[in-house]
Design a protein around this ligand. Structure first.
Ligand SMILES: CC(C)(COP(=O)(O)OP(=O)(O)OC[C@H]1O[C@@H](n2cnc3c(N)ncnc32)[C@H](O)[C@@H]1OP(=O)(O)O)[C@@H](O)C(=O)NCCC(=O)NCCS
Length: 174
């Protein structure tokens, strides 16, 4: 288990799957985290969530340090040969815009470079997700690619972006 100033990053336990399912069923959250149809996700989807958490190199439940309340999840999947990690994060909307996303992402970036020996960290984000892009750019990710009209969302096409930060760039920040 790890802690930052205001957060706990801990392993998931079986009972967290209900909270993660609630997170993924949030109509504001789900469109930003899936390439699949936006719909209601039943208990069977917990198997997908369990696999996602268990397969991740660093699959953490993000909780509020003060109360232990479930906030969301953070994931880093490492591809060892290329020393490349893929990052993802998702928080319940009630916690947005308080700097928590930045705090958790910063910890997971630092930890991944320091402990997994990564050369780069990558992520995918939809171009209309301005809040997430602001967090990633603030922490040193740059846009590396744009797949045009890749996502059908709310009756229109959105582009899908790939972003990355290299070890050299991360080291320069420290
Ligand atoms: C992305 C996410 C983790 C960010 O978490 P958060 O706690 O809201 O982030 P923070 O409060 O640390 O930072 C948000 C930043 O976005 C900025 N922001 C908010 N709304 C914005 C908008 N519409 N346009 C541009 N920037 C915006 C804020 O000003 C803040 O930047 P600042 O600290 O420089 O002022 C969270 O919104 C989330 O879980 N979203 C749903 C899932 C998701 O989109 N995951 C990422 C998929 S790639």
């Amino acid at each position: 288990m790890f802690t930052t100033e205001r957060l706990i990053l801990r392993p998931y336990v079986e009972s967290d799957l209900d909270d993660i399912l609630r997170l993924w069923n949030d109509p504001v959250v789900q469109p930003f985290v899936t390439n699949d149809n936006v719909t209601v996700l039943g208990p069977k989807f917990k198997e997908t969530l369990r696999t996602q958490m268990e397969r991740a190199t660093f699959g953490a439940i993000i909780a509020l340090k003060e109360t232990g309340e479930f906030m969301g999840q953070g994931l880093v999947d490492v591809q060892p040969k290329n020393r490349d990690g893929t990052f993802g994060i998702c928080l319940l909307p009630k916690f947005w815009n308080n700097g928590y996303g930045t705090e958790a992402t910063k910890f997971m970036i630092d930890h991944s470079f320091k402990w997994f020996g990564l050369n780069r960290l990558s992520l995918g984000v939809f171009a209309n997700n301005a809040r997430a892009i602001a967090v990633y750019e603030k922490l040193g990710f740059v846009i590396e690619g744009r797949k045009r009209q890749a996502v059908w969302m709310d009756n229109r096409w959105e582009d899908s972006l790939t972003m990355g930060i290299l070890r050299d760039e991360w080291e320069k920040q420290h």
